[in-house]
Design a protein around this ligand. Structure first.
Ligand SMILES: [Fe+2]
Length: 378
């Protein structure tokens, strides 16, 4: 974030709490309005009604939900997978793969992150072999040649850092080994299975994506023929079950605390199971907020999505900035007391600093009624 001389304000009016997300005035709902995600100046406004109490919502801006499970056409190439959301900084696709990729892939447009929603198998790449399973993030540095060989069908969310890189978040006060120890990052191995893959005969096609267009380079041998490598750049694997979320029993932490990978103009966060807050006055559901500088995307991987009604694994919600969002009515009933001791959800969040556009394929699996899902039941 650029250093700014923010316009100085320290105001307070009417009935309010002194501590954000805790000890709200009786009968109120808190809404956060803030700059630069949850890191800039912010205000907390106390409303007598949930700020999502709309009865109609007209025009191009609205909360949106897509059932990506219904994108049924499997694609052998990641570059044929349907684009779900995109802007100049990223391209997000949902890729169903029926079996091993027939060709190799290389992304010349930027670093690539794959999130394995379903399936297991092997990633073969310039650096060797890396087995994968559901819940894995696979990071592929720009220019890496790779091929996925799942044992059966697989489904992946693919996230591109256009013309730039993925890195890790600054862990600040938590220290470098919080969330996950860097030692948990697995790199590919030059092992027997990789050598057996190298020994396959025939023509090998590499589909290179550059500026969104695909070129094909053919070799009369398998170009994943490395006999060794060393360095500080390689694909890595991290499973969501290896992430150890941070929480506070007295304060509902903002979603940015779950950041897993960061790029220049967006972040990728992971929601994993964690205990609910126990302090009697602390909020136990996400606070209402406008997310004013970021477009927010959530992909639901597994579990019970505690702040959302009618959302199942394989669905994606998209909340462009510009309106308040927060828990659904059913979840809101548990604002101050949760029936369960812990959340049971795995979800991938992408927070984009620039507005995202909806891809054509996503529009075909949109739930147009999602905007009405905040209406109080009955
Ligand atoms: Fe948000």
């Amino acid at each position: 974030m650029a250093t700014r001389n923010w316009i100085p304000v320290r105001g307070a009016q009417g009935r309010r709490s002194r501590q954000a997300h805790a000890d709200l005035p009786e009968g109120t709902f808190e809404r956060e309005i803030s700059k630069e995600g949850f890191f800039g100046p912010a205000a907390f406004i106390y409303h007598p009604r949930p700020p999502t109490g709309w009865t109609s919502f007209e025009g191009p801006l609205r909360p949106r939900a897509f059932d990506l499970n219904r994108l049924n056409e499997p694609a052998g190439s990641p570059w044929s997978a349907p684009v779900v959301l995109h802007n100049a900084a990223t391209e997000i696709r949902f890729w169903k793969l029926a079996g091993p990729m027939p060709n190799l892939a290389r992304n010349a447009d930027g670093d690539q992150l794959l999130f394995v929603h379903e399936g297991r198998g092997d990633l073969f790449c310039d650096y060797g072999r890396l087995p994968f399973q559901a819940g894995d993030y696979l990071y592929l540095p720009r220019g890496t040649m790779w091929r996925l060989a799942p044992d059966g069908p697989a489904a992946l969310l693919t996230i591109q850092a256009t013309n730039t890189h993925f890195g890790l978040p600054d862990k600040g006060l938590l220290g470098g080994h919080a969330l996950f120890d860097p030692a948990m990052l697995e790199t590919p191995a030059i092992d027997e299975a990789f050598q057996a893959h190298q020994a396959e005969r025939g023509d090998f096609r590499v589909e290179i994506k550059k500026r969104g267009q695909v070129s094909v380079v053919t070799y009369p041998y398998n170009p994943l023929d490395a006999v060794g490598w060393h360095g500080e750049l390689a694909p890595v694997r991290l499973n969501v079950r290896d992430i150890r979320p941070v929480m506070s029993h007295r304060y509902h932490l903002p979603p940015s605390v779950h950041s897993t990978f960061v790029s220049d103009r967006f972040v990728v966060c992971t929601f994993t199971p964690r205990p609910f807050e126990t302090d009697p006055g602390a909020l136990k559901v996400p606070f209402f907020h406008n997310n004013d500088d970021y477009d927010e995307v959530l992909f639901y991987h597994a579990g019970d999505f505690f702040s959302r009604d009618h959302i199942e694994a394989g669905m994606m919600t998209f909340h462009p900035s510009g309106f308040t969002h927060g828990p659904h009515p059913k979840a809101l009933k548990n604002m101050f007391s949760q029936p369960k001791p812990a959340t049971d959800e795995y979800a991938v969040m992408i927070d984009a600093r620039d507005p995202l556009d909806v891809g054509e394929a996503a529009s075909t699996v949109e739930n147009p009624d999602y905007v009405n899902s905040w209406r109080s039941p009955g």
